[in-house]
Design a binder for this molecule. Sequence first.
Ligand code: SIN
Length: 525
Amino acid sequence: MHYDVLIVGSGLTGLTVALNTVDSKSVGIVTKRSTEYGASSWAQGGVAAAIDSEDTVEAHLNDTITVGSGLTDPIVAKQIIDSGPAAIDWLINNGVSFTKQPSTGNTYHLNQEGGHSHRRVIHSKDATGKAIQESLIKKIQNKSNIRILDNHIAIDIITADKLGIEPNRALGVYVLDTLTKRVTTIGADNIVLATGGAAKVYTYTTNPDTSTGDGIAMGWRAGCSVVNMEFIQFHPTCLFHPKATSFLISEAVRGEGGVLRLPTGERFMDKHDKRAELAPRDVVARAIDYEMKKRGIQCVYLDITHKSESFLKTHFPTILEKCRTLGINISKDPIPVVPAAHYTCGGIKANAYGQTEIKGLYAAGETAYSGLHGANRLASNSLLECVVVGKNVASRINIERKSHEIELPEWDDSRVIDADEAIVITHNWQELRKFMWDYVGIVRTDKRLGRALNRILLLKEEIREYYSQFHVTPDLLELRNLVQTSELIVKSASIRQESRGLHFSLNYPNKGKQSLPTILKPEYQ
Ligand code: SIN
């Protein structure tokens, strides 16, 4: 099997690259489950772009840089934010139906979210990601040059370096068909890592099961550097309910005046920051974490009961319905919420065109560090990045010529057998996520990071041994990637001896004088 372009991941980045690649190129999309499943489909809020006549790209850029806390790359951010309005036009032209202003019916309704100086988040009710994915999937289905490989999980990238050939470049990917259990070698001239983030390294997350850091771990093993892996964004308001552990309560709820309360009913955000509930996410998540730990409470409450049921039905139908099925009427009852891991700001080092340090290998969206997010991500800048950088990646691929005709080695499983028991995988998976939550969460210390690293190194060794003895399975591959990504998070967090953006350490509670990114280079492996 050979494709001109092989995209690993079928979220918004992957689909955008595919749809913007010229029809003369063959495109394969590898997806662990199906195109409908994944973090993009779960995105509620929307896409940030300066499309209101009273808003400006300068104001959007300013907010992005402020939230990024000294680590946003201003040139990359400007390129992405300047392209925001065109990205929205592209989505609309591809059939995405964004919510209109009820009063005018022809201008778009824009949400307010934390850290934004203006209402600028265009959305499709409270299920923007789902609306976008559905529209783009329909477009993909009409393209004869694009093939979707459902139920396929990428294992590793084949590089010229690994085959002892010069010069180095990406040549293909080993892929496990999770239904037939066979590993196939897929050659490709251009490989795009668009697998999303790694929030699943934590027990509590707003992400689907698929967010296991696959692209980050694969890129690292292939020889790419990673940047700023310590900056994990915790969303302040994940629903706290035993029957819905990963359900997000969109920041747009706070944008519409939702207030955070203690179990006693008392407001507390105004005591932590003058922007109160609309402070950036790191501030709100840390304030909730502080109140929960201080008072020994299990959750706080998000109160939107000042809005009528009909307003909530129009603006937040998904949240209203989900809570209703759990016995919470959000027009009358405050919603129990806790912070949960939401977004990986760091990732594989790439530029605004998705180009990594390895020729023929691209990384974009949450898998990559492009420089847009710095030490913290401004709400709803992520879907924007997926579209703009996705289009940029395609623009580079479209001008690439055919690059190699190298015969790639088949996957060698002649020396492995079926595993006798899977309990080691399940156990290690749970153990990892638990200690990452306890030791590498919202508030960190040197001691906690050291404890986490010791455990990671033990798990890594156990997994390496298991990997070398038994046939690969999806759970094993995901666990291997989770452990690798956790190691990168912990090592990056240990290097940053200050508190900045999403990284807060009790040992170094102040921001350092210099704003430097944390770069782990491949020779560190
Ligand atoms: C939300 O709706 O709160 C999530 C949006 C985002 O993560 O940017």
